[in-house]
Design a protein around this ligand. Structure first.
Ligand SMILES: Cc1ncc(COP(=O)(O)O)c(C=O)c1O
Length: 365
């Protein structure tokens, strides 16, 4: 059944869930037993805001503030509307477990995040992975896919920093009447003229069914939003269990998200230092034949080690020199591709990059 007809039958049965605000009412409902959620947090960069939301969005945890913020963020990313979840994990869990249904098919890149896979495992649709960025394999699967068909990708892959070919994916999805879902966790705040992500950077927003933007990466906050059309939003409010059955984010956290977007809108993306550092890092590593880098045009740089033992010992050697780089081991990544995942930041310095590469060279010897 399509999500629109499912919503319509729920409406007719008088069971449609909708959000409302309860401000100004005497509270005999919330879970704020000791009143602690009313505490106000203030401080630099934090603004003012209550520390707790007191309940789930459908009961006492909704506010005009969060609804306005959802629309503000949707506008920022040029989407019709959005729904905030407590984390990117919750957003993917809710979306992928509810929207694709029994008889539907989801085809996802093998490098997709655990939250997408876990969402699919909680739902009832069929799902198949395709080899990383292999659009020919994807097309073969699309030809056999049944029901409503969805394709799930990340615009920047979290473990390699590689890009999905979004323009080609959109065309392929359209050709086979499939809907494209793009997780923009590692593109949010980094790509596009105002950090809106790669979908907007490539002007594909009208052709993508849903996007997931997380606030815990480049935005330095917490939570996530699913962007899409009104039907999708109402459907998630009604069926996404990771949205329905959890205490919502407090006002203080939401204000933090708003302040991050305000900062983002003032950044000159052409002048980002982390791009220069990224260039410096790749240049230095490429000059050294002993180091094997995965090609990536994002701040995520993967240095292949080839075994868990080498990845762990290189990470330890860097830590001994005061540098923290996390080793990514199998089975998180396929055997033989164990790596160091190196992330460039705006606050890193050229000196730090030089030190990092020198330490890597010495440790590798
Ligand atoms: C691609 C991707 N999607 C979703 C998530 C989950 O986001 P969050 O940390 O906000 O739960 C992550 C986090 O690691 C991620 O890398």
């Amino acid at each position: 059944m399509s999500i629109v007809s499912q919503l319509e039958s729920r409406r007719q049965e008088g069971r449609l869930r909708s959000l409302r605000t309860t401000k100004g009412l005497i509270d005999f409902c919330s879970n704020d037993y000791l009143g602690f959620a009313r505490d106000i947090e203030s401080g630099e960069g934090r603004g003012l805001g209550t520390m707790g939301s007191t309940g789930s969005r459908l009961i006492t945890g909704n506010s005009s503030y969060v609804e306005e913020l959802e629309q503000f963020i949707a506008d920022y990313h040029d989407a019709e509307c959005g729904l905030i979840f407590n984390s990117g994990y919750d957003a993917n869990l809710g979306l992928f477990s509810s929207v694709p249904q029994r008889g539907d098919t989801v085809l996802f890149d093998e490098y997709c995040h655990a939250s997408i896979r876990d969402g699919l495992r909680l739902g009832y649709c069929r799902s198949h992975s395709f080899p990383h960025n292999d659009l020919e394999s994807l097309e073969r699967l699309l030809l056999r896919a049944e029901g409503n068909v969805f394709v799930a990708v990340e615009s920047v892959y979290s473990m390699d920093g590689t890009f999905a070919d979004l323009a080609a994916l959109v065309s392929l999805a359209e050709k086979h009447k499939a809907r494209l879902i793009v997780d923009e966790a590692h593109a949010t705040g980094l790509f596009g003229e105002r950090g809106q992500g790669r979908v907007v950077e490539l002007n594909l927003q009208a052709r993508v069914y849903a996007r997931i933007h997380t606030f815990g990466k480049a935005l330095g906050r917490h939570g996530a939003i699913v962007l899409g059309d009104q039907n999708l939003r109402v459907f998630l409010i009604n069926y996404a269990r990771s949205f329905i059955y959890t205490t919502s984010l407090p006002e203080s956290a939401l204000m933090g998200v708003k302040s991050a977007y305000d900062k983002l809108s003032k950044i000159n993306f052409k002048e980002l230092k982390l791009r220069r550092l990224q260039g410096l890092f790749t240049k230095l590593v490429e000059e050294c034949s002993a180091l094997d880098l995965i090609e990536s045009f994002s701040p995520i740089q993967g240095l292949i080690c080839g075994s868990n033992t080498l990845a762990k010992s290189l990470s330890q050697a860097l830590e001994n020199e005061g540098i923290f780089v996390y080793p990514i081991l199998s089975p998180t990544v396929p055997k033989g591709t164990e790596r160091l995942r190196i992330c460039m930041h705006e606050f890193n310095t050229e000196d730090e990059v030089l030190r990092l590469v020198n330490c890597l060279k010495l440790a590798k010897k």
